[in-house]
Design a protein around this ligand. Structure first.
Ligand SMILES: CC(C)(COP(=O)(O)OP(=O)(O)OC[C@H]1O[C@@H](n2cnc3c(N)ncnc32)[C@H](O)[C@@H]1OP(=O)(O)O)[C@@H](O)C(=O)NCCC(=O)NCCS
Length: 395
């Protein structure tokens, strides 16, 4: 196993295609360079041939209003001829060690294969709320109260767009903080020319962004469909401006797919069945890479004051294992080795609680948390409770 080098780009693409593609597509140098930087990619080799690969984006996630440094794992693939021999597991172990050294205290990924990641300490920890939206509904939206203009995105907008993305994401539990590479390469889609990307402007400042991709229309509904890659708006006027821009695609396009939680303004603006859950049903999985570091990094409700004695298990990252005391007070928390080790749970279960996804009482009922008293369960619930964690970006 080693860090990827420039000459590995094409062989890595080949292994990726063996892992994920119905039909191999040609290697695209520009697209590859828009991906994870080489020094954050690992390859497994046999006699000089690349047989496995894994990448880790430099990212963060917002929890309790604070940015938690996160390694975003992706592109894990092993040549079919080499599967079942622990290649992926070895890559994962190495990546975890590197994330720990870099201070990426949390790791999150979109799983194709839950078993592999669960075995290595990741657990389902948040949603990717895909919806189908009937574009006709947007044609009846009210005009924004303040005049807000739109124009096509330009390269020079990137710093302001990063700030905009951060402003709307920081209060949304689980939302991504774009690391420098991810923002530059992904926020504008890597290849902005292929996309419709528009900003909303007011008083000389950016107040919204929408990035749209066109796809084949199914069922004779319109000439094409829209996939909304980003929809961020600082307020209702900005959101209405962008939604009206999308509505203007109707009836050439009739249906759009977008990522938005039910709690968003959009669901309060459109009618029944205009906005419906859809898609692949993706969720994301997380694990704490450095459990004390992750616990210290997120924010907590100021009013919570609890102490729980945990017995944490982590076979893949043994530095997290053992008795720890969790203390939350004054909006901060610590996880210190020691204590009575009363509540037994795996690092994945702790990650699921940490993001606010899992309910400790349910985990206890199904045996995934053991030894907890009623008071422990209430304490864990209060420590991590919040709105459902979700992500608007995919990686
Ligand atoms: C998933 C994949 C990366 C696994 O690679 P691998 O080197 O065979 O994995 P390992 O040998 O380290 O497997 C470790 C454990 O993961 C689990 N696992 C691995 N592949 C699995 C699969 N396809 N289905 C269910 N469980 C699987 C098993 O529990 C396995 O342990 P075991 O062999 O003791 O039963 C490989 O099958 C692959 O490239 N698949 C296509 C792409 C993909 O799905 N990538 C991951 C999703 S992002």
């Amino acid at each position: 196993m080693r860090t990827a080098l420039d000459g590995d780009r094409e062989p890595m693409h080949r292994v990726g295609q063996l892992g994920f593609a119905a039909r191999s597509s040609a290697y695209d140098e520009e697209a590859d360079r828009a991906g994870v930087p080489l020094d954050r990619r690992l390859v497994a080799t046999d006699g000089g041939e690349i047989v496995g690969r894994l990448s880790v984006w430099e990212l963060g996630q917002w929890f309790g209003g604070r940015r938690v440094p996160m390694g975003g794992v992706g592109g894990v693939a092993v040549d079919p001829a080499y599967r079942g021999r622990g290649v992926a597991s070895a890559l994962i172990r190495r990546a975890l060690g590197q994330m720990r050294e870099r201070g990426e205290v949390l790791s999150t990924l979109f799983p194709m294969n839950h078993t592999l990641y669960r075995r290595h300490g990741w657990e389902v920890a948040g949603s990717y709320p895909e919806h189908k939206l009937g574009l006709r509904a947007l044609t009846a939206l009210p005009r924004p109260a303040r005049p807000t203009s739109t124009r096509r995105v330009e390269e020079r907008d990137l710093p302001a767009l990063r700030d905009l993305h951060e402003e709307v994401s920081r209060d949304e539990p689980g939302n991504l903080w774009h690391g420098p590479d991810f923002a530059a390469r992904r926020l504008l889609g890597g290849k902005p020319v292929d996309q419709d990307a528009y900003v909303a402007e007011r008083d000389g400042g950016l107040v919204g962004l929408v990035i749209v991709e066109r796809g084949e229309a199914a069922d004779d509904r319109g000439f094409f469909t829209l996939t909304i890659r980003q929809l961020v708006a600082v307020d209702l006027d900005a959101e209405l401006t962008l939604l009206r821009l999308l509505g203007a695609f109707h009836p050439v396009a009739e249906v759009a797919e977008l990522i938005a939680p039910h709690s968003f303004a959009l669901s309060m603006l459109v009618g029944e069945r205009d906005l419906r859950p859809a898609g692949w049903g993706w969720c994301w999985m997380s694990r704490l890479v450095d459990a004390p570091g992750a616990i210290a990094a997120r924010g907590y409700d100021d009013s919570v004051d609890v102490e729980v004695h945990l017995a944490l298990t982590d076979d893949t990252a043994p530095w997290n294992s053992g008795a720890h005391v969790l203390r939350v007070k004054d909006g901060q928390a610590t996880l210190e080795p020691g204590g009575r080790g009363e509540v037994t749970l795996g690092v994945g279960q702790l990650a699921s609680l940490y993001t606010g996804w899992a309910n400790p009482r349910r985990l206890s009922r199904v045996g995934l948390v053991a030894g907890a008293t009623d008071a422990d369960l209430r304490a864990l619930d209060r420590a991590f409770a919040g709105r459902t964690p979700w992500m608007r970006d995919f990686f």
